[in-house]
Design a protein around this ligand. Structure first.
Ligand SMILES: NC(=O)c1ccc[n+]([C@@H]2O[C@H](COP(=O)([O-])OP(=O)(O)OC[C@H]3O[C@@H](n4cnc5c(N)ncnc54)[C@H](O)[C@@H]3O)[C@@H](O)[C@H]2O)c1
Length: 363
């Protein structure tokens, strides 16, 4: 297992923003990508945090992800829009698409935006949370580079982990947020295990020969297994219909993940927003959500559990803790960031991220 470096999340966000500005992104776009990666760390989803910073940076350098995101509206018909992102930065594209879906949902009650030619945009709940902040329920799915075989297929991976997220406001509480890949775990968790030099649990993946493996490298080169057997495969396939087929994006083996620095991604997204006020008055929804969550949380505990969480609650709790105590980055992740810092002459800026005591004091 590798050691950890304790970092101040605010300083880390400043560093990542600087790296992307140096790579040619606008101040606003660089700030958004930095905020999304650090927010994933705060939520305890390090698999979609700053370990991806050097990957996106390489993709910008190779020109397969555009520095200036230019979004073209291909169709705009009532509650529906179709966008071509022309290889723009995934987070910038997803935020734009979500803003548009929220605006359209305000007019129509429900709205969907489909996106083609985008890039990997990190953690999905970053974007469904935007809908909750606008008084809406948000749904987002994206396809991704091949990770799993169709159920019954032997070796060839052709289906992405194709994550999906639904988030809703939860009265005075942090939003209720489902966000998951359709593989047993997000592929990023296998990359994270490799960074931490830890074995992966049995049942996550097969090696390139189709044999079960606990080795992260062998899993990355092999096949990731779907969640819940055939069901994970079936959901992933349908998410690809929404995010790949319908928007006119690449699908199945046509999509390239962020791990390929020299290939256009071709990834597609699909977002739907429901304006709560179109369905019922907001105070009534809030009162019902509070009762909904209270009933879940008040159930007797199973052996070995201290508390029942609603989806998204653990992430909110983790964010509070990390803002207070700092983030622990695996040494290998720190070293990857250090290589980029060195290349752009910003080693000192990265060093400023080290936190010795309370990071909040540095905010
Ligand atoms: N952009 C991409 O292409 C891509 C691809 C795959 C995954 N991802 C991201 O990876 C992240 C991790 O995905 P994952 O599938 O490993 O998620 P996960 O298994 O960690 O969590 C899945 C869901 O279960 C909830 N949950 C977990 N433990 C819980 C508990 N004890 N009680 C209540 N709810 C609980 C979480 O809040 C989450 O909504 C997500 O943010 C996802 O967006 C992104």
């Amino acid at each position: 297992m590798s050691d950890h470096i304790l970092v101040d999340p605010h300083a880390l966000e400043r560093f990542v923003r600087h790296v992307y500005m140096d790579a040619g992104l606008s101040d606003t776009d660089a700030g958004l990508v930095a905020n999304s990666l650090v927010q994933a760390e705060l939520w305890n989803h390090a698999s979609h945090g700053v370990l991806r910073m050097p990957w996106y940076w390489e993709r910008l350098r190779h020109g397969v992800m555009s520095k200036q995101t230019k979004i073209e509206v291909l169709r705009d018909k009532g509650a529906v829009a179709v966008l071509d992102a022309h290889d723009g930065v995934g987070q910038v594209v997803a935020k734009h698409a979500m803003d548009l879906a929220i605006a359209k949902a305000r007019t129509h009650g429900v709205a969907s935006v489909a996106v083609r030619n985008s890039n990997h945009f990190g953690t999905l709940m970053y974007f469904t949370r935007m809908a909750t902040q606008a008084g809406c329920i948000g749904f987002v799915t994206s396809n991704g580079g091949p990770a799993m075989a169709p159920w019954g297929g032997a070796k060839r991976k052709i289906i992405g982990t194709n994550p999906w997220s639904i988030a809703a406001p939860a009265a005075a509480r942090s939003p209720i947020m489902l966000d998951m890949a359709n593989t047993g775990v997000a592929r990023g968790k296998i990359y994270l295990a490799r960074q931490r030099r830890e074995p992966i649990p049995e049942g996550w993946a097969l090696d390139a020969n189709g044999a079960p493996t606990t080795d992260a490298d062998a899993a990355i080169n092999g096949i990731i297994l779907p969640m819940a057997h055939h069901k994970g495969y079936a959901i992933a396939a349908l998410m690809d219909v929404l995010a790949g087929v319908l928007p006119g994006a690449q699908f199945l083996s046509g999509v390239h993940g962020p791990y390929h620095y020299d290939k256009r991604s071709g990834v597609g997204h699909f977002l739907t927003v429901y304006d709560i006020e179109a369905f019922m008055d907001r105070p009534e929804f809030d009162e019902r959500m509070e009762r909904f969550i209270a009933e879940i949380k008040s159930q007797p505990l199973a052996q070995g559990f201290d508390e029942i969480f609603y989806p998204g609650e653990m992430e909110a709790r983790a964010a509070e803790r990390h803002l207070r105590d700092g983030l622990k980055l695996p040494e290998d992740t720190w070293n990857d960031l250090a290589k980029v810092a060195q290349e752009i002459g910003q080693a000192a800026l990265l060093e400023e991220c080290r936190a010795s005591s309370s990071p909040r004091a540095n905010a």
